[in-house]
Each structure stands twice: as structure tokens, then as C-alpha cells.
Design a protein around this ligand. Structure first.
Ligand SMILES: *Cc1c(COP(=O)(O)O)cnc(C)c1O
Length: 379
């Protein structure tokens, strides 16, 4: 069996939770969704949580709820999955890209400020690999009129300087994904947390075709009456998925502890391997969620390619996170971006490789991975 870079951890409780929904009355739009939303809100210490059918749908809804449209600009980290920036384009806005700090691999107040224009309406800082982005300093740099949409897809279970990731004490909204490689899985699924009740209403409406969240009370048309005020989508999460998420969330602390143990072993084993640059760690009381454990190969592109291929040959499916978003053909062709825009991201991309890191990875499997890395890079 190949060793992937990430995978879900499903147990009998998860299976039972899903089976219970299947035997019940609600496959969608039922109580499991509400219960999962409440559990995520409580866990993140955020006032509200709104579930979506994917993290991408959640980002789309967040861009809509933030009021972004034609002529507006959104600044995303350039080191992320395309969805962080695609959400701007979905609503007709222009995605721009901020460089990262080589130390934290996250955007900073300076790199974001360098892209601010009078048209900037939203920032999407990414908690890269599971390390909380510096939201406080970004907020100070952009002021209160710009929306901060934290892309926390890597970081559910992490702790930032102001408490749990996604608490929205600084960000207007935080977005999570429950893809199987993320820290909890629903299959496909996502969530937005927020402290703003007006944003919550817009998110709920957008998820359901743009229908108002509450019955319109100003008419006596009848009990069935709902109005569509916006153009939304069907981005609902099903109760089947929600039940799995609710069950998974009960074990998230174990998952994060296990991910941190994997990370610590890699750190110990690679401590004197000069070719391996270790990723940034979180300093207590902050906690890294380690969605990814990303090393950099010091000598760059060619050695990274050799390492990737050799691991693959040995059935170890390491991965590269990420091709800088603006270098994808669609971004080059649509917005005229090209090499040189974010030099630190490009340098980082040349050497980075995500090694297997997930709760069920056994120490023996991990040893196999580490030995393969060391043997390959020492030749
Ligand atoms: C996984 C991920 C997403 C998208 O989530 P999906 O649930 O796969 O749609 C968005 N942003 C980042 C940074 C991600 O890692």
C-alpha cells in the first residue's frame, strides 16, 4: 500500500453516526447539520458557524457575504490552493497576491500592505500548513473597512495568539474544509465561522439559492412564502456528511496531538540532515494543526524533483504544496501575472515537499519515509 501525504482517520463511532442518519428522517436540511454547526462554533469559540458542501463553496459564500463584486480587489496569499483566490473571480472581483515571510510561510502586514489599493475590499490570509496567520498585524495594516476572510482550511484545531483558530475575534469570517486530507473529514464539506450576525444571514441565504433565511414577516401571503433576494446556489451540506463531521470533531484533539507527534519525530530525525530545511513551529500557547509537514530541499528544484521521484518509486506519495497560484495558466492569461510577483513564494516552491503526516501514520511507516528522504538526499 502506498503511503499518502494525508488521509482520514475513520473509526466505528463515525460509521455508526452515519448509519444512524441513514436510518433516520433527515438526509439533508435536518438536525445533524445544525448540531455540527453548533459544535464547530463552540470548538472555535466563534458565535456562528454555517456549513457548506465544500471549503470552496464556503469561500465563494464568504466572498459574496463580504460584498465583493466587479471593480473590487481581494488579496490572497500566493502560497495556497487556487480556491483561496478563485473565490474573488467567482463574484467578479480581481484576485491579487501577497508574498509570504520565509520564516512563517504566511503573509505579513508588510506583504499585504504592499498590495493594498483603494479597491481592496478583502484579504484572504491562509494559515499555511496549520500555523495561524498574523491576523492582528494584518488588521492594523488594512483597517476596519477591509474584510478579513481567514482561509483556515489547514488549521482547524490550531491555536493562534487570540485563541482557537476560527474564533473570528479579528477576522470577519474563517473558512474550513473537511476534505479527507484535512484535520477532520466529512468526505466533501466546509464551514464558515463568523461573529457578525449580518454576515451569518448572508451566508445562510447564499447556501440556499439566495432565499432569505427567515420567512418574510411583512406579507401575509402564506406560511410557504420565502423570497429570493440574491442569486445563490445549492451549497448545502447533507446530514450524512454533517453526522460524520460531528463524530470526527469529538476526536480532533487526539488528531492534533497525533499530528504534532509525527511532526516532532520528523524534526528529531532530520535535525542534522543539512539538505532538509524544517518548517516553522508554533510557539506555545499557540498550537500548530500540522495539516501538512512541509520540508524544503535546501539545494532546490533539481534535488526536490529527484526526491519526489525517488519517494514515488518507493510508494511514498509526497506532494508539493503549492504551485504559486498566479503562475497557473488561467491566472497568467486572465490577469497577466507571471514569474517574479512573489519572490519568496517562488523560492519556497522550488524546494518544498509535503511528507506524509496524518494521525494514523505508524511510527514504522514514518521511519520508512524519513530513511528514504535521508538516503536520497545524502547520495
Ligand atoms: C482544501 C483547501 C481549500 C478548499 O477546500 P475544499 O473543501 O477542497 O473545496 C481551500 N483553501 C485551502 C488553503 C485548502 O487547503
Amino acid at each position: 500500500m502506498p503511503i499518502p501525504y494525508g488521509r482520514q482517520a475513520i473509526n466505528d463511532d463515525d460509521v455508526a453516526a452515519v448509519a444512524e442518519v441513514l436510518r433516520g428522517d433527515w438526509l439533508t436540511q435536518g438536525p445533524s447539520v445544525t448540531s455540527f454547526e453548533q459544535a464547530v462554533a463552540d470548538f472555535c469559540e466563534a458565535p456562528y458557524a454555517v456549513a457548506f458542501s465544500s471549503g470552496t463553496a464556503a469561500l465563494h459564500a464568504a466572498a459574496f457575504a463580504a460584498g465583493l463584486g466587479k471593480g473590487d480587489e481581494l488579496i490572497s496569499s500566493a502560497l495556497t490552493f487556487s480556491a483561496s483566490a478563485n473565490c474573488a473571480a467567482y463574484v467578479g472581483a480581481t484576485p491579487r497576491f501577497a508574498d509570504i515571510s520565509g520564516e512563517t510561510l504566511n503573509v505579513t502586514a508588510e506583504t499585504v500592505a504592499a498590495r493594498l489599493t483603494p479597491r481592496t475590499r478583502a484579504i484572504v490570509p491562509v494559515d499555511f500548513a496549520g500555523l495561524a496567520a498574523p491576523l492582528d498585524e494584518i488588521r492594523r495594516a488594512v483597517g476596519n473597512d477591509v474584510r478579513i476572510i481567514e482561509d483556515a482550511a489547514h488549521a482547524l484545531g490550531g491555536q493562534g495568539p487570540d485563541g482557537p483558530v476560527g474564533n473570528c475575534s479579528v477576522a470577519d469570517m474563517a473558512v474550513f474544509s473537511f476534505h479527507p486530507v484535512k484535520t477532520i473529514a466529512t468526505g466533501e464539506g466546509g464551514m464558515v465561522t463568523t461573529a457578525d450576525v449580518a454576515l451569518r444571514e448572508r451566508l445562510v441565504s447564499f447556501r440556499n439559492h439566495g432565499f432569505s433565511a427567515q420567512p418574510t414577516l411583512l406579507t401575509d401571503e402564506g406560511g410557504w412564502y420565502r423570497e429570493q433576494h440574491d442569486l445563490g446556489f445549492n451549497y448545502r451540506l447533507s446530514d450524512i456528511h454533517a453526522a460524520l463531521g460531528r463524530s470526527q470533531l469529538r476526536r480532533i484533539d487526539d488528531f492534533i496531538v497525533a499530528r504534532n507527534a509525527v511532526a516532532q519525530r520528523y524534526r528529531d530525525w532530520f535535525a542534522d540532515v543539512d539538505e532538509v530545511i524544517l518548517p516553522p513551529a508554533a510557539t506555545a500557547p499557540q498550537r500548530h494543526a500540522y495539516h501538512l509537514f512541509v520540508i524544503q530541499v535546501r539545494s532546490g528544484r533539481e534535488q526536490r524533483r529527484r526526491l519526489y521521484d525517488e519517494l514515488r518509486r518507493r510508494d511514498i506519495y509526497a506532494q508539493v504544496h503549492y504551485v504559486p497560484v498566479y503562475l497557473h495558466p488561467w491566472y497568467r492569461e486572465t490577469f497577466g501575472y507571471g514569474p517574479g510577483l512573489c519572490p519568496t513564494v517562488e523560492r519556497y516552491y522550488d524546494g518544498c515537499l509535503s511528507l506524509p503526516c496524518f494521525p494514523m501514520l505508524t511510527e514504522a511507516e514514518q521511519r520508512t519515509v524519513a530513511n528514504a528522504v535521508i538516503e536520497t538526499l545524502r547520495v
